[in-house]
Design a protein around this ligand. Structure first.
Ligand code: SAT
Ligand code: MN
Length: 588
């Protein structure tokens, strides 16, 4: 046995001594194993088989009702120094954290099976990919990890070959919110999660490994681990540009990644290729460009609002081999959620008879888990070992007011400030109030595994001799007019905005300079067939100077909250914009 597998075996033994499982099962990722696990979960009532005719091999999982989202207040980064985790993370000293959580783990798997889940984040042969092993007592987690990662024998072989792997220990415990923690020990490449079975808390390859731990590794190794979708946009000339875009959870990343071009664009030959919908690992290539992989192998998407109108590609992939979590069901046992035009729910997400007085049939953060290969727009380049070259980076948030439809950063430093200044109204993807504006730099607020000030400095460090960095943009699909209605149609029509961005990359589209960045003139966007009123377009592309002066003031206070960790270059950049806004007001 190699030393790597010996190290893994030793860790499994240690964990088994602590948690006292009845059985240990090493997952190989095979179809037979998946079938057996599904059958076991159906028998135990953890899964409900859905309509075999309309949804072959699809299952519904109903979670505990107090376990439906990520729990940011119970998610900790345990670095030796509090400074290193930064004010953006909840922190606990590693020894205290370990003592606290190991006490919860003691004996917690009695009567249960301990599953050892080797997984690879990224294409199995990519040098950018990284492996991990999750130990869990939840067959639901195993089934989800099998879809979301390259799980099983091939990952184990890579671990044996290459050495280091991230250790993740998970137990659903009692599903008691009072006995719940998600802890990260970046120095030890270790994650410990207790008391939740929910996606981001329990599928440890996802946010815990591929973002919090990976961002830490990326900082010391010179790459980026980001909360971004990756989409390929093929123009009528047949060239494909790849765009990486960061939006907070439940702000439409999945929809943008799977966008269907508007009719006119489709006829002209535009095509959209999905590489990833949530996480992007980017590394500088020998040619100076940033090359990206999607570390995941599946989608863990928000179900409500997914329909043939909003995301036909997603709906098409959900017809078979999908796990649904916390959706409603129809009388003939089909999954159902708000936003589907057809079907009538008879049971809600808690399994009660559906009664609108109890709220929606599907939980607002109900999810589907599905293999990326089932997506009709799945890019064949997703598996490329070297990744795909990124032409543009897009930041965006959910902002009812102030922030225009799109603007372009003038250079990389400005782009980093635009990302660092991102703000968005909160959604149901995390517990807590919904609709409150909060700063969410690069959409990484819940996921950056170290001090945000140092993270901004890391981003700035990519601007060096020989680098051919992507252009940076900011978008806001969620602007509302005075009547409270969205000003922009969104969904497939977002391609019109991406088209302008890619023409900016090629140098073929016009723009108007403003203190906050370069905006398209109305004539620079293809708005044909949208029926937008000129005032609507004007409002979407307007820079409200006084509003931005307030915003830039708040951004200053926000950057100050990271103290000496905030790079001086960001303060200087912010001041440049503040001065330009002031100049605008004086000349107005
Ligand atoms: O955190 S999850 O990965 O479960 C979903 C999300 O918030 O993006
Ligand atoms: Mn996400």
């Amino acid at each position: 046995m190699t030393s790597q597998l010996a190290a893994l075996n030793q860790w499994v033994d240690e964990v088994a001594r602590l948690t006292q499982p009845d059985r240990i099962h090493w997952c190989d990722g095979s179809d037979a194993e998946a079938r057996a696990l599904n059958a076991l979960m159906v028998e135990r009532g953890d899964l409900i088989a859905l309509n075999e005719k309309t949804h072959p091999n699809c299952f519904l999982h109903r979670s505990s009702k107090s376990d439906v989202a990520r729990v940011e207040h119970l998610t900790l980064v345990c670095t030796p120094e509090r400074e290193d985790a930064g004010p953006n993370n909840h922190w606990m000293a590693p020894a205290d954290a370990r003592a606290k959580i190991d006490a919860l783990f003691a004996g917690c798997m009695r009567g249960r099976t301990l599953y050892v889940v080797p997984y690879c984040m990224g294409p199995i042969d990519s040098p950018i990919s990284r492996c991990g092993v999750e130990i869990t007592d939840s067959p639901y987690v195993v089934a989800n990890m099998r879809i979301m990662t390259r799980m099983g024998a091939a990952a184990l072989a890579r671990i044996e070959r290459e050495g280091a792997f991230v250790k993740g220990l998970h137990s659903t415990g009692e599903l008691d919110p009072e006995r719940r923690f998600i802890m990260h020990f970046p120095q030890e490449l270790t994650i410990k999660s207790y008391g939740s079975g929910y996606g981001g808390n329990a599928l440890l390859g996802k946010k815990c490994h591929a973002l919090r731990i990976a961002s830490h590794q990326a900082r010391s190794e010179g790459w980026l681990a980001e909360h971004m979708l990756i989409v390929g946009i093929q123009n009528p000339q047949g060239q494909t540009h790849y765009v990486a875009a960061a939006f907070p959870s439940a702000c439409g990343k999945t929809n943008l990644a799977m966008l269907i071009p508007p009719e006119g664009h489709r006829q002209a030959g535009w095509k959209v290729w999905t590489v990833g919908d949530d996480i992007c690992w980017m590394t500088p290539g020998a040619d100076g460009r940033l090359w990206a992989i999607n570390p995941e192998a599946g989608f863990f998407g928000v179900a409500p609002g997914t329909s043939n109108k909003t995301n036909p590609n997603a709906l098409a992939m959900l017809g078979h081999d999908t796990i649904f979590t916390n959706v409603g069901v129809t009388a003939d046992n089909q999954p159902w959620w708000e936003g589907l035009p057809d079907g009538v729910p008879v049971k809600d997400w808690q399994g009660r008879d559906y009664d609108p007085a109890n709220g929606p049939a599907a939980h607002p953060n109900s999810r589907f888990t599905v293999s990326a290969r089932q997506c009709p727009s799945y890019s064949p380049h997703t598996e490329d070992a070297q990744g795909v070259p990124i032409s543009a980076i897009v930041f965006g948030g959910r902002r009812e007011s102030l922030v225009p439809l799109v603007f372009e950063a003038r250079d990389w430093t400005h782009g980093v400030l635009v990302g660092a200044a991102m703000a968005s109204e909160t959604t149901a993807a995390a517990t807590g109030a919904v609709g409150v504006v909060r700063r969410d730099p690069m959409a990484m607020k819940p996921f950056c595994g170290y001090n945000y000030g140092d993270y901004f400095a890391h981003w700035l460090s990519f601007d060096k001799a020989g680098a051919k960095l992507p252009k940076v943009f900011h978008v806001n699909w969620f602007r509302k007019g005075a009547d409270g209605k969205f000003l922009w149609p969104g969904f497939g029509d977002n391609l019109r905005v991406l088209e302008w961005m890619l023409q900016r990359v090629d140098g073929s589209a016009g723009a108007e300079e403003s203190p906050i960045g370069n905006l398209p003139n109305a004539a620079d966007l293809d708005l044909a067939g949208l029926g937008l009123q000129p005032q609507q377009v004007e409002e979407l592309l307007r820079v409200d100077v006084e509003g931005w002066q307030r915003e830039i003031g708040e951004i200053g206070a926000y950057l100050d909250s990271y103290g000496s960790h905030t790079p001086a270059a960001l303060h200087r950049e912010r001041q440049r914009i503040a001065d330009a806004l002031e100049g605008c007001r004086e000349t107005a």
